[in-house]
Design a protein around this ligand. Sequence first.
Ligand SMILES: [Zn+2]
Length: 221
Amino acid sequence: MIFKSLIAEALDLVYPPKCVFCGAVLERSEDGICEKCMGRLEYLGRHGSFGGEFFEKGYACFDYGGDVRHSIHRFKFGGHKEYAKVYAECLANAAAEHEDVKTCDIVTSTPTNDLNIKKRGFDHAALLAESFARRVGMAYLKTLVKTRKTEAMFGLKPDERRANIIGSIDILPVREQIKGKTVLLIDDIFTTGATASECARVLLSGGASKVFVLTVAKTEK
Ligand SMILES: [Zn+2]
């Protein structure tokens, strides 16, 4: 144990832990997010709620902009999978404020196609959802799969996003497990809701009773 903590300390000296949002080197008392960002980044709370088709309601921790945007970009494309644990903590704080989220039966994640998982080295939404589920003591279940490659959503208009995603998501053999259950869908960003709505539609058709959505950030309308 002592040896292990010595290694951890040595690694901290070489690679000091940094704030996931602004990149500042963290003090010993800080965990994942620096004090400055803690004070500066505002949890959206009930202002972070959003609606869409097929799901009951969605909630986001932050607006998608500035350091939050850069941070999520580093997480997804820069190999910073360790950010998932910090984001999970943010999701847990947001979930604690919403009774409907707290009482969901199952946590799941939006699916990513295999090529992107291979490119990034990990399934970012699954990692996020698993970290969150572990943190709050809920059950994580992978329920959805991408059946065809879709174009990157960036730059597409809302109706193009919808056309792009429809029919590209299928349910895994989990119908028995989700039958009559309330499912909480986790993703990193909520944009127009095309993906979340399609995931919710597929989950409902697979037997889920209700779907709620929880994301790290949402784009401003
Ligand atoms: Zn910071």
